[in-house]
Design a protein around this ligand. Structure first.
Ligand code: HEC
Length: 148
């Protein structure tokens, strides 16, 4: 019943009553994938500005950075126990090596928050190293915890 308890105490449980169902696991998978879709959707234009491919708009950049931090904060709620099967690219390693996954997730959330804070200053020289640090966390986690 541990999985059920975790599921029911998580953000996903809002509005869901009764036992954990296959639907609930599917919802969890969709939830975390949606969070990562939001991460990517905001990170893309930021990368363009950092590389100078699109003009730097500090207000837009700061808004994207805030959105990335918010989506990063939500992403981990979707990795509930029992949601390792189905239409997911999450590797079994997420649940088998949970401590390492949680550590990387924690660093990701911390760095995205720091990037959001730095972005408010609008100084590209300060933004660049922080952006690169966040960018490293994507591959650092995907290599071990996400299948291609
Ligand atoms: C702590 C681990 C971790 C970090 C950090 C991380 N990801 Fe992921 N990401 C995953 C896992 C696991 C999945 C697979 C989710 C699934 O399919 O259930 C995923 C899936 C995705 C997806 C696919 C979503 C979909 O619709 O299937 C995208 C896009 C993505 N991540 C982008 C990023 C970007 C960009 C970053 C960095 C800015 C990042 N991720 C950082 C673990 C991570």
């Amino acid at each position: 019943m541990k999985a059920l308890k975790i599921a029911l105490t998580g953000a996903l449980a809002l509005g869901i009553s009764g036992v954990a169902t296959a639907d609930q696991y599917e919802d969890a998978i969709k939830y975390r994938q949606a969070a990562f879709t939001l991460v990517k959707g905001n990170f893309g234009p930021m990368a363009g500005m950092v590389k100078g491919e699109i003009p730097f708009d500090s207000a837009a950049f700061a808004e994207h950075a805030t959105n990335v931090a918010a989506a990063a904060a939500m992403a981990d709620d979707g990795f509930i126990d029992g949601s390792d099967m189905g239409d997911t690219k999450a590797k079994d390693a997420v649940w088998e090596n949970r401590a390492e996954f949680d550590k990387l997730m924690g660093e990701f959330q911390q760095l995205t928050q720091e990037l959001a804070a730095v972005a408010k200053g609008g100084n590209m020289d300060e933004i660049k190293p922080k952006f690169a640090a966040v960018g490293k966390t994507c591959k650092g986690c995907h290599d071990d915890f996400k299948s291609k």
